[in-house]
Design a protein around this ligand. Structure first.
Ligand code: NCD
Length: 304
């Protein structure tokens, strides 16, 4: 197989710890309010085959705040709707002068396919159930603003782990730094094989066990249509797995509550928990901008 284009960020799994640290250090130097024109005259193509609010907006703001031009291509309203293949779309966008492509796609491996056929860096903004590396980086960045280190961090991840690219990338990243990760969810959303994702993963079937003593709790979105495919009724999910104030109290006093968004209040977490002082959900979104600035600048060889 061809090699992926230089500068591409396709996943966390194959990154080295030092590459992750270097991106996080670079992100700390980025200030979207006092930008430096590192990407002047660069054309950033944002190719979104799936809905997105946070990821799309923060990539766009990150790119623009460094002086780049951005073009957004959505699957609806483009030639993708007419049946154009991913690679033909990619070649077309390269031909109009893209210097880098950011892609979100429902199929795992779509960014890799593009990166092996193009001569410009490709950034994975979420591919199917595979990875969401930029989310994992902004999550690590957020944790490190509240905790000294990732090593030994007690992390609980609750919800639909199986379908979650956010969980997969977070697990890869955190386990590279020696975090202790506990996964919790119904068996349909958390098969035992999940423990093979990284060494030292634990599974618990009760939220209470997962959250007890945690330094950080990450709650994942649960899609009602996916629940419908399981034996679990919505009400059962809520009573067994919803993060409530009482459950969050079992964590350490200085716990941080994370969620990649979009949150569904009243389902995976209560209204009260969504707005509790321990919540860093809005901060995660905020941190997405400097982290994505660092990712774009590094990918184009413009980081310093
Ligand atoms: C997530 C995604 O699309 O993977 N959202 C995000 O990018 N912050 C999580 C989700 O949609 O549940």
């Amino acid at each position: 197989m061809n090699k992926a284009a230089r500068g591409s960020l396709l996943g966390i799994e194959h990154l080295e710890a030092k590459e992750i640290l270097s991106l996080l250090t670079q992100a700390r130097r980025m200030n979207p309010r006092k930008p430096r024109p590192l990407l002047r005259n660069k054309r950033v193509l944002l190719l979104f085959y799936e809905p997105s609010t946070r990821t799309r907006a923060s990539f766009e703001i990150a790119a623009k705040s460094m002086g780049a031009m951005t073009t957004l291509v959505l699957s609806s309203g483009s030639s993708i709707e007419k049946g154009e293949s991913l690679l033909d779309t990619a070649y077309t966008l390269r031909a109009v002068g893209a210097d880098i492509m950011v892609i979100r796609h429902p199929n795992a491996g779509a960014p890799l396919l593009m990166a092996t056929h193009l001569d410009v860096p490709v950034i994975n903004a979420g591919d199917g159930m595979h990875e969401h590396p930029t989310q994992a980086l902004l999550d690590a960045y957020t944790i490190l603003r509240h905790k000294k280190t990732l090593t030994g961090l007690q992390m609980a991840i609750v919800g639909d782990i199986y379908h979650s690219r956010v969980a997969r990338s977070a697990i890869h990243l955190l386990s590279k730094f020696g975090a202790r990760i506990t996964l919790c969810g119904p068996p349909e959303f958390l098969p035992e094989v999940a423990t093979s994702l990284a060494p030292g993963l634990h599974i618990t079937r009760t939220v209470e066990e997962a959250v007890r003593g945690a330094d950080a709790v990450m709650v994942l979105r649960v899609q009602k249509e996916r629940l419908a495919g399981t034996k679990l009724r919505l009400q059962d999910y809520i009573s067994r797995y919803q993060l409530t104030t009482a459950r969050l109290k079992l964590a350490k006093r200085d716990v941080i509550l994370m969620h990649p968004g979009p949150i569904i209040r009243g389902l995976e977490l209560t209204w009260e928990v969504a707005d509790c002082p321990q919540s860093v959900i809005v901060e995660e979104v905020h941190n997405g901008v400097p982290v994505r600035m660092a990712i774009l600048a590094k990918a184009l060889g413009k980081a310093n």
